[in-house]
Design a protein around this ligand. Structure first.
Ligand code: UDP
Ligand code: MG
Length: 331
């Protein structure tokens, strides 16, 4: 990036001390196996940094002992905060709940399953000190993931890149550091359909990548499958572009044009050679083809309409069961 880091630092962080307080936001759903290890590694990193910090555990309606594990850790360490949601809302919303509750000058988002190494936090922080509002982690390798998952992910990025104005960086998850003003801006986006990668990109601000090797899950199981992935892709596309709706228009134009040419040909043939009854196969093909195309585009409209339906209800994004503040958020 061509911007001189030091001048940015001066203009952006006038009030920022050299030891900003850090909030680490961790959405967790059924993570009882990894949580203690996550806690151990993350707090070791944070303690070594010496900044005031809090680890915000968001319990996303886990059905195992995740909450009990969180409570046990909280009993021993006042640097922990627990945000307990009323039920499972999904990672995107759990994350949002954590961001709403945390109070640090800089906020780090990280998965509980240790696929995002907490040891990268000092490097993220260094980016912030250089004046960047967003320092996002880009994975260079994906271990423990299938060829098909990698391939579909890469295809998805290419697709969304080509249809949307917002530039979503490739191979980037939610693992990142954000300045307080970036978090505040993100808090203004209250849509129900939260395609986080897109929302992060929409917020903008000076951003910088940091590269890392993504580890396989430390324990427990991923909640992802291909059906989820497909829905995730659909979410990404529908929240950031109306291009699929426009496709119908152009498709309609092209078909109308072809129909017009075909009609001219039919009329000409009828006038010249009379009108014997033929053409059942072509008639059938045309009817079925058009019927199919119409159904597909009604489906596309439905995808958007369904999302409009969910947004107009204006429900709160989540409900809290309980919040146990950290020492730090009480100050
Ligand atoms: N997660 C969550 N709510 C959910 C599903 C997942 O808070 O409904 C959390 C999960 O505990 C983990 C993170 O989101 O900390 C990423 O989930 P996962 O590892 O299953 O996804 P993947 O790494 O395979 O993309
Ligand atoms: Mg994971």
């Amino acid at each position: 990036m061509g911007i001189p880091a030091t001048s940015l630092a001066v203009s952006l962080h006038k009030n920022g001390s050299s030891t900003p307080s850090i909030s680490v936001v961790v959405p967790a759903y059924n993570e009882q196996e990894v949580l203690p290890e996550f806690y151990r590694r993350t707090s070791a990193v944070l303690r070594a940094l010496g900044n005031p910090y809090e680890i915000v555990f968001v319990n996303d309606g886990s059905v195992d002992d995740t909450l009990a594990v969180m409570n046990r850790l909280r009993d021993q360490d006042e640097n922990l905060m627990i945000v307990d949601l009323s039920r499972n809302f999904g990672k995107e919303i759990a994350l949002t709940a954590g961001l709403d509750q945390c109070t640090g000058d800089v906020v780090i988002i990280i998965d509980a399953d240790l696929q995002d190494p907490p040891e990268l936090i000092p490097e993220l922080l260094a980016g912030w000190k250089d004046g960047y509002d967003v320092v996002y982690a880009v994975r260079t390798e994906r271990e423990g993931e299938t060829w098909l998952k990698k391939k579909t992910a890469s295809l998805f990025y290419r697709l969304i890149q080509s249809v949307s104005r917002v530039q979503i960086p490739k191979d980037t998850g939610d693992f990142r550091l954000m300045s307080r003003r970036a978090v505040k801006s993100l808090e203004k986006l209250r849509e129900q359909h939260r395609f986080m990668k897109g929302l992060f990109a929409w917020v903008g601000f000076p951003s910088k990548p940091v590269y890392y090797k993504r580890d396989p899950r430390a324990a427990g199981e991923t909640k992802w499958n291909y059906w989820n992935l497909w829905n995730f892709a659909l979410e990404g596309i529908t929240s950031f572009t109306v291009a699929p709706l426009k496709v119908a228009t152009y498709f309609g134009f092209v078909i109308a044009l072809v129909a017009f040419i075909f009609a001219t040909k039919v009329i000409y043939k009828t006038l010249m050679y009379g009108d014997p009854v033929v053409g059942y196969p072509s008639l059938m093909v045309t009817v079925l083809f058009l019927g199919g195309v119409q159904l597909v585009f009604i489906g596309v409209i439905g995808e958007y309409l369904g999302r409009v339906f969910n947004e107009v209800k204006q429900r709160p994004l989540y409900l809290l069961n309980q919040v146990i503040p950290s020492r730090f958020s009480k100050e």
